[in-house]
Design a binder for this molecule. Structure first.
Ligand code: HT7
Ligand code: ZN
Length: 893
């Protein structure tokens, strides 16, 4: 297969000043006329244009038909004889046959486009690369009755009726943009709109277009958009630059949403919500994705990427911004203590997500730096690493610079690069300029290694306490193995990372020890009696004076760097941190570490068929945290929850999924049995029927109530089952309804769940987003592959809709350990079959699904061999897409 390298970047030898597009829309035969005003930047250069799955009709230069061109392998090439000219290309495509959801496609009765990363070439011939930026004028012509709304980027210039019941609209985007930000929508919609004023007083029209009949479900999204606009003004000093900002909903979409200039296109799941059909998690997801796409207007659109290797330039930074937005929204209007807790909950969620999905990626065959050096298919590099680890790398720069310095760096970045297509280096250079000015003699030369090296570093911590001197010496030693393609580069030597390591110390009674930082180098004071150790070398020791007793270490507070910590805690030390650490993130972390160690020990016992017993310290900690009156419900939920199964799997060598699953069940049941009465009273305490509000306090109450229900149902407690049934029947919102049905389906006997399961189906049959929830519930509670095959025969199932595929197939293979990893290997064969079937329809989604087996080599037998066979059966297919080929090849390499 063909690999593309970052080092091979060359600027495009032509400027395309202006692009005039004309669309004659017909579902089966759309004609696109593309007139470009071109200026050569180099003498005698060949013009190369991309084109894929489209039919070339004619080419004209300055109105004269061009006959001397070459067209093969999706490339159109010719040598223009002039240095400035109009290039007109006519082509056609078939949107209704386009199941890839890239380029121009039909979803429902409407037309949509998706151009990032390389979809524009499926619409017209063009240099489909982000560093070619142009002004766009777009004319859309279609049947007026079927497609009353015709939308594109920017401002509506004119609209008029034509003959034969057709009409047209002309749009002009005044900002230069790369073609991946182009968008077109045509169809009939409900509209919710609002005029708003930017800080400088400009009036802007905010609109949400959604399918007919769904307009009453777009209020939360529109409010979220307005909050995003205000937040970006306040926190980043960035204002909306358009008079009109539109969001359009589609049900068929490969990802969450797309930040096309002024015309964002969204997967319905990140827009539509009302209390009866959307959960708290859905509401929070909408707020964060609406924010994310809006924030791209500056970080991605005004300043864009030079090439796709720089993807994290916009994605890492924009994820960081949406994380901060959500944290600020959660903390808004709360008193300081509660605000800190709300922020911590958001941080815990983000870190859990990173560890569950990015850490495995960084340890597997697809491992890559946040700025990759090579790829075969860019669609495969919209990864957890580029997005989530990318955001952590931005967050570390924020930590090193502080809020004020970071904002100065952002201003400098825009001052230097507004309107340009730039690199990750350009961003770091802007930040470094502020860092150098504030810390003489320091720079980001070591920090840059986060961009060029993959893998999750480990930081080994050693404490030497000297009773006589009353000093505590802390030695941090970092290490990172070669991963992914790094292993093939014999001459590559891994360099140290720059790791901001936030620590605190507690005495044996759990009180914070004030850290004497005087005279110590490389230490920056931070909040809550902690300090930030700046590790830039393989190993370094810091000596703390005036420490009167052996301290208990509180490490990597707030997850100040994306690393794994190795430190030999005693259970007793962890228990003190679990109850007393003044840093709420570290306190949660201690509970997770304590119970994770126990679960891993029990997993071993199960392997060795030994009897199981839970360490009583765990019960003491859970009892303490169940009753600590200072904790709010949202935080308490996280501190009482069990660690993610995915995070735990990463710590097993080799991976024994069924034993781990049993250990987790055993621990859940022990905690349920011993604290049974407290779970009941906790449930009752938080089970108030209030009007639905998606604010952090109400969300916290519902999550703690539903956690209690899960513990109770894990032991099939009769009162718990009765409470769950009543909660389902009386539910006035989807969070309560889902909490109940989910606990019932996962833990109760079939006799207790059948009626409710059917009721749910019948109640929501006509709502595709709720049916996705129903399919996901079936997928995660199914006992075997047979059930999944039956569900695939359900008339509501289709491989053509990515949301449905994610609900049933992804959920089964990723979140149903017991059935997916059954020892007969049947589910692995099923998985391979479905990857192949999906690949023929939608390569992007198929390639994501193919990654389920990434870490097969780390599994124990019989899984390992069975997984390998399943992978090989895919590799043997002849007509596999480039997307899936890259994933399977890398997995088997
Ligand atoms: N920037 C957007 C990326 C995206 C995408 C990529 C490949 C295929 C389909 C896609 N849809 C959207 C999403 C974002 O990060 O905001
Ligand atoms: Zn993004």
């Amino acid at each position: 297969s063909h690999t593309i390298y970052r080092k091979d970047y060359r600027p495009y030898p032509f400027t395309i000043e202006r692009v005039q597009l004309h669309f004659a829309l017909e579902p089966q035969h759309t004609i696109v006329t593309n007139t470009m005003h071109v200026i050569a930047k180099e003498h005698n250069a060949t013009m190369v244009l991309n084109g894929e799955d489209i039919e070339l009709q004619a080419i004209y230069i300055n109105g004269k038909a061009l006959t001397s061109y070459e067209y093969s392998d999706n490339l159109l090439q010719f040598k223009p004889s002039e240095t400035e000219f109009d290039l007109k290309i006519v082509s056609s495509c078939n949107p209704s046959a386009n199941s890839t959801l890239m380029g121009l496609y039909v979803s429902g009765q409407s037309f949509f486009t998706q151009c990032e990363a390389e979809g524009f070439r499926r619409i017209t011939f063009f240099p489909d690369r982000p560093d070619v930026m142009s002004e766009y004028i777009v004319t859309i012509e279609a049947d007026k009755k079927q497609y009353p709304y015709l939308l594109s980027n920017g401002n509506l210039i004119s609209s008029q009726d034509l003959d034969n019941g057709r009409h047209q609209a002309v749009w002009h985007d005044p900002f230069l943009k790369p073609c991946y930000l182009f968008a077109l929508v045509a169809g009939d919609f409900d509209i919710r709109e609002k005029t708003s004023h930017t800080r400088s007083g400009r009036e802007v029209l905010l609109q949400i277009y959604s399918d007919k009949g769904s307009g009453d479900q777009t209020l939360w999204a529109l409010d979220s958009l307005e909050r995003s606009i205000q937040w970006d003004e306040k926190r980043f000093n960035l204002e909306l630059d358009l008079d009109r900002f539109m969001i359009v909903v589609t049900h068929d979409f490969n990802m969450g949403a797309m930040e096309n200039k002024g015309l964002n296109i969204f997967n319905a799941v990140y827009v539509l919500a009302d209390p009866e059909t959307a959960t708290d998690a859905n509401y929070m997801g909408i707020e964060s994705v609406v924010g994310h796409e809006y924030f791209h207007n500056w970080t991605g659109n005004r300043v864009t990427c030079r090439d796709w290797f720089q993807l994290s330039l916009k994605e890492g930074l924009t994820v960081f911004r949406d994380q901060e937005f959500s944290a600020d929204m959660a903390a808004r209007l709360l008193p300081p203590e509660a605000a800190l807790s709300a922020r911590t909950v958001k941080r815990i969620e983000d870190v859990t997500h990173l560890r569950a999905a990015q850490f495995p990626e960084d340890a597997g065959p697809m491992a890559h730096p946040i700025r990759p050096d090579s790829y075969q298919e860019i669609g495969n590099f919209y990864t957890m690493t580029v997005y989530e680890k990318g955001a952590e790398v931005i967050r570390m720069q924020h930590t090193l610079l502080g809020e004020e310095g970071f904002q100065q760096g952002m201003q400098e970045y825009f001052r230097r690069h507004d309107g340009q297509a730039v690199t990750c280096d350009d961003f770091v250079n802007a930040m470094e300029s502020v860092y150098k000015a504030r810390h003489s003699g320091k720079d980001f030369s070591v920090f840059r290694h986060w961009y060029s090296q993959a893998g999750t570093p480990t930081v080994n911590v050693q404490l030497d306490y000297d009773t006589h001197q009353q000093t505590a010496s802390i030695t941090l030693t970092q290490h990172c193995d070669k991963v992914g393609v790094e292993k093939l580069q014999a001459d590559m030597e891994k360099k140290p990372f720059h790791i901001p390591f936030h620590i605190g110390m507690l005495n044996q009674a759990g009180q914070a020890i004030p850290l004497n930082i005087e005279g110590l180098e490389d230490i920056t004071p931070t909040l809550q009696n902690g300090v930030l150790l700046d590790l830039k070398v393989p190993s370094q020791t810091w000596v703390f004076k005036g420490i009167k007793e052996r301290p208990i270490l509180s490490l990597l507070r707030d997850f100040s760097a994306p690393v794994s910590v190795i430190y030999d805690y005693s259970f007793e030390e962890l228990a003190v941190l679990c109850a007393h650490d003044s840093n709420p993130f570290a306190r949660w972390e201690a509970t997770q570490e304590l119970i994770s160690r126990e679960i891993l020990r029990l997993t071993q016992c199960i392997q060795e068929e030994k009897s199981l017993a839970l360490n009583p310290i765990i019960h003491q900690v859970w009892q303490h945290n169940l009753s600590d009156p200072l904790l709010d419900a949202a935080y308490r939920t996280w501190i009482l929850a069990l660690p993610s199964e995915k995070v735990l799997l990463e710590r097993l060598h080799p991976i024994t999924p069924l034993a781990l699953n049993k250990a987790l069940q055993f621990v859940r049941q022990s905690l349920a049995t011993v604290h049974r009465d407290v779970w009941i009273s906790t449930y009752q305490h938080y089970h108030a029927q209030e009007d639905y509000q998606p604010d952090p306090i109400s969300i916290g109450k519902r999550s703690l109530k539903n956690l209690s229900l899960n513990y109770l149902l894990s032991i099939k407690d009769p009162e718990g089952i009765a409470l769950a049934k009543t909660q389902y029947q009386q539910a006035k919102n989807m969070t309560d309804r889902m909490g109940a049905i989910s606990a019932l389906l996962h833990y109760a006997d079939k006799a207790d769940t059948e009626t409710i399961n059917q009721d749910f189906y019948q109640r929501f049959e006509n709502n595709p987003l709720v049916m996705d929830k129903w399919f996901a519930l079936q997928a995660t509670s199914a006992q075997s592959v047979k059930t999944i095959r039956t569900l695939m025969d359900n008339p509501l199932f289709t491989l053509r809709n990515p949301n449905r595929v994610r609900a049933l197939l992804f959920q089964f293979c990723m979140n149903n350990t017991e059935a997916f990893h059954q020892n007969n290997g049947e589910a692995y064969t099923f998985w391979a079959e479905q990857v192949i079937a999906l690949d023929a329809i939608n390569p992007e989604v198929a390639a994501r699904f193919a990654r389920v087996m990434d870490n097969w080599q780390r599994f124990a037998e019989p899984h390992k061999t069975q997984m390998q066979k399943a992978l090989q059966s895919i590799a043997q297919q002849t007509a596999l897409s480039k997307n899936t080929t890259e994933i399977i090849e890398k997995a088997l390499s």
